[in-house]
Design a binder for this molecule. Structure first.
Ligand code: SF4
Ligand code: SF4
Length: 379
């Protein structure tokens, strides 16, 4: 089973409706962070470094509903922190499902078995399980042994109970393409609906700073991870975004496409950068100088960013915005990407210059270094 037709139809009619009404900036997915605390301390995490008094706080269900209603996005992703640590997460999810929002509840799955009875299977609810690779790679990325096995047990349980289940993978510079491809096979075998995969963002506050990818490294790595993809692999990402990751389609960021609402309000300008907060989504749209963001702006914080929360909304909008893009998506969907040239590894030394997004000039994974395990933190 892939993404339900009703969800595809909801997204398509929403985007086309905005285009027909001439709305230039609109949200596609609300990133709703109801808390920042977590029961893991992953090396690449940029969300759990707040002081203890902030980590103890939760958004109330009413605050969540107000943000969802104001924003109007048809999809709501609930990351964190670990949402299953929120005492009212079931109430929040039920309220969003009642609003007919398609909800992706992102979880490291450590607590899923314990809490699964608080949720009801629904076409509006997917558990999005954090998995950064096969067993060894995932446990290394989350800095705790045994988490992969817990996550896999939770996936099997949730699939058996009739829930929609997806995976959510962040790729760092120590990723091994063969291991990633092996994980795709395994997850498809477990019956997951689709896989989300994205490069990590270089959060200034992340415990390990040497694991992030430069743009040319990202393209090279994703060409090796996604090249000659098996036809039965299903990704819950736009085909154009996957082409973008492989350097075969150019996209510019739309930071308002996946806005973030959390304990402090609406985060400016996007889910990844933190340059202040607004009280309302409209204020975020009206008061942010959007020309300062995205790769074309020259902003150094955006130069290497190819993260899905900046570009997936662009990919979806472009699919319905140009015949060329629509035809490419149809071709990719029906025929797959076709035979692709997979770059060698190791590759040439990465350049600081951005590469053209035409797939002709993949460079750079010499700089790949294994990350150091940070001190384990348990909460
Ligand atoms: S699971 Fe890891 S990446 Fe996700 S919020 Fe917790 S510490 Fe951060
Ligand atoms: S390019 Fe990335 S960091 Fe910059 S605004 Fe877009 S999503 Fe945010």
């Amino acid at each position: 089973m892939g993404v339900p037709i009703s969800q595809m139809w909801t997204v398509a009619s929403y985007v086309l409706g905005k285009r027909l009404r001439g709305v230039k900036r609109y949200p596609l997915v609300l990133m709703l962070e109801p808390l920042f605390r977590c029961n893991l301390a992953c090396a690449g995490c940029g969300k759990i470094q707040y002081p203890a008094d902030v980590l103890r706080r939760n958004l109330t269900p009413e605050q969540c509903f107000k943000a969802v209603d104001e924003c109007g996005a048809p999809l709501v992703s609930i990351p964190g922190g670990e949402p299953l640590l929120h005492p009212q997460i079931d109430e929040i999810v039920a309220g969003l499902v009642a609003r007919k929002k398609y909800v992706y509840l992102c979880t490291n799955a450590i607590l899923l078995e314990k809490h699964i009875d608080r949720f009801k299977p629904s076409k509006y609810l997917s558990f999005s399980i954090h998995l950064d690779g096969p067993r060894e790679e995932h446990d290394f990325a989350v800095c705790r042994e045994g988490v992969y096995d817990v996550a896999v047990d939770a996936i099997k349980l949730a699939v058996a109970r009739g829930f929609r289940v997806t995976t959510n993978t962040t790729v760092y510079n120590n990723a091994d393409p063969d291991s990633m491809r092996e994980m795709f096979e395994t997850m498809m075998g477990y019956g997951v609906e689709g896989m989300m995969i994205s490069p990590g963002y270089q959060y200034e506050k992340a415990p390990s700073q040497d694991l992030f990818l430069h743009r040319n490294q990202t393209i090279n790595l994703f060409q090796r991870i996604l090249g000659n993809a098996k036809k039965h692999w299903r990704f819950n990402l736009s085909p154009l975004f996957l082409e973008f990751l492989k350097g075969k389609w150019d996209l510019e960021c739309t930071p308002w496409g996946m806005p973030a609402y959390n304990l402090f309000g609406w985060q400016k300008p996007c889910y990844l950068l933190n340059e202040g907060y607004c009280e309302t989504f409209q204020e975020l749209l009206d008061t942010t100088d959007w020309s300062k963001y995205g790769r074309a702006s020259g902003n150094s914080k955006c130069a290497d960013c190819m993260v899905h929360c900046g570009y997936e909304a662009t990919a979806v909008a472009e699919t319905f915005g140009s015949l060329k893009a629509f035809a490419r998506v149809v071709k990719l969907t029906v025929l797959g990407p076709g035979r692709e040239t997979i770059p060698e590894s190791p590759s040439p030394v990465p350049s600081a210059e951005p590469v053209s997004a035409n797939g002709d000039d993949p460079t750079g994974t010499d700089d790949i270094r294994k990350i150091q395990l940070p001190v384990l933190v348990e909460r």
